[in-house]
Design a protein around this ligand. Structure first.
Ligand code: ATP
Ligand code: FE2
Length: 321
């Protein structure tokens, strides 16, 4: 079966076709002129680039058996643009629609790309920071940020220090030359909070290298702690790291150390499958389609607060006790 997938929850409009493997993938990211993402501008970008992005991947329309789209979570205007395009396309091709949860899709493409089977996933990007794993037919969320996504926090800190956007890579580079200073560490139960840490980092008068170093050490230690406890609670031995912040070498190193100490293994997909991409929607759409999880048009509304644990995972049959 061949499934077309469209991703556009935030800045990256991306489409792909998945058959036995990845057949085609094309992305056209929205580049804000200044500062962060303006949701309406991003949606406008998606609307004007949609035709080209779809045309690039859809070389044999008659072979497409379903149209999958990212239904949420994400920016409302962007999601609505993608859902509208997906509906029109499904109608034109006379094939069913598949509504894909964006967070679940990160996990599924990660499993496909790395070969891990049943991981605890640390998904940390601009807007999201979440630790989740499969338990009894659902992706259960073990812990998540109570305020902002770590990536957006790093970007906010960077902006306030006049560092270029996105902040993550620049902070990583500066952090290499820094020493540790104390910054607030906030894990509440299994959840994380970053805004206090970001404010403290912004207000710090220590050398920028020290602040960047300690910001990373603190934020990543929080993520690693929650991931480790989720591993223990769920009794799993694989960790999957996805999202834009997964590019960070120090985060990978800290997670790998934790995994080694626990006898677990760390998996990180190659960059094109780590950030937001059409392949994750096409692939997840395909496994969902094959399990019969299609969507009637009247249920195809975008859902900007769509949570991973709302999805009935009918395509996995791991038997867990
Ligand atoms: P989502 O909708 O999944 O939240 P997004 O567009 O908000 O997606 P991504 O594209 O997945 O986010 O990731 C972008 C974020 O990743 C930015 O905040 C950026 O600063 C961060 N990032 C990129 N490279 C690094 C790095 N080397 N270290 C830390 N953070 C990084
Ligand atoms: Fe994402």
């Amino acid at each position: 079966d061949k499934v077309l997938g469209i991703e556009g929850t935030a800045w990256n409009l991306s489409a792909a076709v998945f058959g036995d493997g990845l057949i085609s993938l094309y992305s056209k990211p929205y580049q804000p002129v200044s500062g962060g993402i303006h949701p309406r501008e991003a949606a406008q970008h998606h609307a004007s680039e949609m035709r080209e992005v779809i045309a690039r991947v859809l070389t044999a329309p008659e072979e497409i058996e379903a149209v999958a789209f990212s239904q949420g979570p994400g920016l409302g205007p962007c999601l609505r643009t993608v859902a509208t395009a997906a509906r029109a396309l499904a109608l034109a091709l006379d094939v069913p629609l598949v509504g894909v949860n964006h967070c679940v899709a990160h996990v599924e493409i990660g499993r496909w790309a790395t070969g891990c089977v049943d991981p605890i996933t640390l998904y940390t990007s601009g807007a999201n920071t979440q630790v989740f794993g499969y338990l009894n037919g659902r992706y259960r969320i073990f812990g998540e940020t109570l305020d902002i996504g770590l990536g957006n926090g790093l970007d906010k800190f960077a902006r306030s220090k006049n560092l270029p956007h996105p902040g993550g890579p620049k902070i990583e580079a500066l952090a290499r030359g820094g020493n540790y200073i104390d910054l607030p560490y906030t894990v509440k139960g299994m959840d994380l909070a970053f805004s206090g840490l970001i404010s403290a980092a912004q207000e710090s008068t220590a050398p920028i290298e020290d602040v960047c170093h300690s910001l990373q050490e603190t934020a990543f230690a929080m993520c690693v702690e929650v991931t480790e406890r989720a591993l223990a609670q769920a009794g799993k031995d694989e960790v999957l790291l996805v999202g834009g912040v997964a590019a960070n070498t120090r985060l990978r190193e800290m997670l790998r150390t934790m995994c080694e100490e626990r006898g677990a293994r760390l998996f990180v997909p190659e960059p094109q499958f780590c950030g937001d991409n059409g392949a994750m929607i096409a692939y997840t759409g395909k496994v969902m389609f094959e399990a019969g999880a299609t969507l009637p048009v009247e249920a195809s509304r975008a859902n900007s607060h769509y949570r991973a644990d709302e999805v009935e995972v009918v395509w996995r049959h791991d038997d867990e006790t």
